[in-house]
Design a protein around this ligand. Sequence first.
Ligand code: AMP
Ligand code: ZN
Length: 486
Amino acid sequence: MSQGLTLYNTLTRRKELFEPIDAAHVRMYVCGPTVYDYAHIGNARPIIVFDVLFRLLRHLYGTDHVTYARNITDVDDKINARAARDYPDLPLNEAIAKVTAATEAQFKADARALRCLEPDVEPRATEHIGEMRAIIERLIERGAAYVAEDHVLFSVSAMEKLPRMPAYGSLARRSLDEMLAGARVDVAPYKRDAMDFVLWKPSKAGEPGWDSPGGIAGKGRPGWHIECSAMSWKHLIEAFDTRIQCDDAERNVFDIHAGGIDLVFPHHENEIAQSCCAFGSDRMANVWMHNGFLQVEGEKMSKSLGNFITINELLETEKFGGRAWPGAVLRLAMLKTQYRAPIDWTVRGLEEALANLKAWHAAEGIGEISPSDVPPEGLVAALSDDLNTPGAIAELHRLRKAGETAELAAGLAFLGLFDPATYGPGASAEIDPDLHARIDALVTARSRARAAKDFAEADRLRDELTALGVVVKDNKDGTATWEIRE
Ligand code: AMP
Ligand code: ZN
């Protein structure tokens, strides 16, 4: 590696040189979506930003030496409420399965349209209930959790009494009083202390429920935070060395944990408390990264303000700026701002991103190039400075001006922005962006229909695609890719 990678660490509030625990197994966990509704454009920010980090790590350490896990939260009260609303005639658990399957397929289609690589693992919460139960049992054993009225609660004050534990609140850097005031922590009669949080709660008949830990007789379901402690341990620690014991303090740590800035408290603070107390280490992950928030045309995005916009609406409808936007335009617009700064999502920004993509793809001969896997040095240098994507984009402009077309193509490809078929002149498959977006929309709708087992609709959509000369290939994970028939 010619230069070091520096990353801003929320834990220390500083940019630090990144040093992996094991350069042969660099490990990163990003908190993923709760699958009850379309992802909005704010949710696209961590997906895109940490995809760039994933690409950079693969370049620096080797494709086979990086593991990226991003979870799917498929158990949550918001999911239950949505399922009951959308399928009032179905038993709740069947309705939930429909909502989560369709939303997960949609999320994956969105991520693919945004030209993100698939993470190595996308674990689902409901497939890790056993691991969650084991961690909860361990927390009870160590005195860091207690059972009350069929709930299991994490005891914040007990954490302080265990050896080596970080202080609760050290990631958020807030005092207990501030945390109590800021997080509107639920006060419940069964809590010993207002700060204590739920690890497990009882389920009523008909609600999703699993055998409970802690000797509780009835069925129950996990609280919000425990799934990430369980899935990160399973896929980033145990998967690499099954000999690692739960109390092997030194080895129960992975490299990077990331998500949006709103997750610092309480979600990440609580993940740290759970993992450290269960596994005995003083850290859960070495580096904590958080993307800043996205607002729309200068205002906080919210349904009540009418400026709430989903990734899918941007890709498929004319709701924002009077046209549908190809995924690479959304991706570039997102990367123009460094990930920690707030971003203002505007029509103007999308128009500029589209113009940039066209200008880059107008470079002489770029349509005939198949870009090398080696990104230009200047681009790697910019990204290695805490993901300085504006710097990386400036480098693309410089390469275009300097006529370094092969380097430009490699840089575009590295950032997931190389697409002469859509943006270049005189390319073999002259697909204009509108047609491209239309095809993406049809392919996505078909994947969604298949996930919902609506095969008649899926077949109808395939016929429509065939009529456009498009061949669709279905992947094992329920997603699909397409190409224009030669
Ligand atoms: P949620 O579905 O709300 O848990 O969010 C999924 C991911 O998107 C988390 O990493 C959030 O921090 C992130 N996120 C949610 N809203 C925004 C926003 N407006 N801007 C940037 N990131 C966001
Ligand atoms: Zn999480």
